[in-house]
Design a binder for this molecule. Structure first.
Ligand code: ADP
Ligand code: MG
Length: 260
């Protein structure tokens, strides 16, 4: 549950965001607040804009309209003489450091060891001393059950293990919010459970997360709120129990019948 009261400021505010690719709408007018400690699961059919939404939050795609705020700070733009001006790469990179994203394809650096994959961002982007970063990383690897694999390379690990390393890496920079884009969709079914267990643990510790997933049992059990998207819009949102047992739209009803 959210650790703060109703009146508290959201960690993340997505306000009327629009995004198109080559004139084709990917996000029509998306608004979403995420409060401290909240787990928001984003559901929706393929092509509904789920990845685009969290890529825009992570400043990997530029928005065409609306605004995104992290802890009240406008992301990607600054206000200048009444107008908005896009920030340069370096300032965007500084803003991005306060978030972490976990991708479907893990995206570990293949020629770095597991340990170095986890310590690289804390050392380079956050100026943590090496010994410090390594001690932290080993503790995180322990939590995801992979401490003894610290000196292996990603290719020596299963997909599920690589994804758990990617999660440890994401947490190592102590982000304000963690963004997951279908973290278990590329995994063999028998490897999904361990990854979801790690995510469940993070949620229980109060990590603020947005999770795009088709894992309905996970959504039901872990989400404080579910958001159902279709065609670039939020069609329904609410507590999972409400959405799953009492969908208000035919579109969500039919989506659920296909995914349960
Ligand atoms: P989802 O993650 O829900 O499957 P996406 O956010 O990936 O959906 O895509 C939303 C829409 O935007 C789709 O129509 C998709 O084809 C389009 N789209 C996403 N990324 C790009 C891109 N880089 N270039 C062109 N079109 C894109
Ligand atoms: Mg996607």
């Amino acid at each position: 549950m959210a650790a703060t009261g109703e009146a508290a400021k959201p960690i993340l505010r997505v306000a009327g965001v629009r995004k198109a690719f080559d004139g084709k709408t990917a996000l029509a007018d998306v608004s979403l607040d995420v409060h401290e400690g909240e787990v928001v699961v984003v559901l929706g059919p393929s092509g509904s804009g789920k990845s685009t939404l969290i890529r825009c939050v992570h400043q990997l795609d530029a928005i065409d309209g609306g605004a995104i705020y992290l802890d009240g700070e406008l992301l990607g733009y600054e206000r200048r003489r009444g107008g908005l001006r896009a920030l340069g790469e370096r300032r965007v990179a500084v803003q991005r450091r306060r978030m972490s994203m976990v991708f479907q394809q893990f995206n570990l650096i293949p020629h770095f060891t597991v340990l170095r994959n986890v310590t690289e961002a804390p050392r380079r982007a956050h100026d943590r001393p090496r010994a410090d970063a390594e001690q932290d990383a080993l503790e995180l690897l322990d939590r995801v059950g992979l401490r003894e694999r610290a000196h292996d390379y990603p290719r020596q690990l299963s997909g599920g293990q690589q994804q758990r390393v990617a999660i440890a890496r994401a947490v190592a920079t102590r982000p304000r919010i963690l963004l997951f884009d279908e973290p278990t969709s590329a995994l063999d079914p028998e490897l999904v459970g361990d990854v979801l267990a790690v995510m469940r643990g993070l949620a229980a510790e109060g990590m603020t997360m947005i999770v795009v997933t088709h894992e309905m049992a996970f959504a039901r059990e872990v989400a404080d709120r579910c958001v159902f998207m279709e065609a670039g819009r939020v069609v329904e949102s609410g507590p999972p129990d409400e959405l799953f047992t009492n969908p208000r739209t035919e579109r969500l009803r039919s989506f659920l019948s296909r995914h349960n």
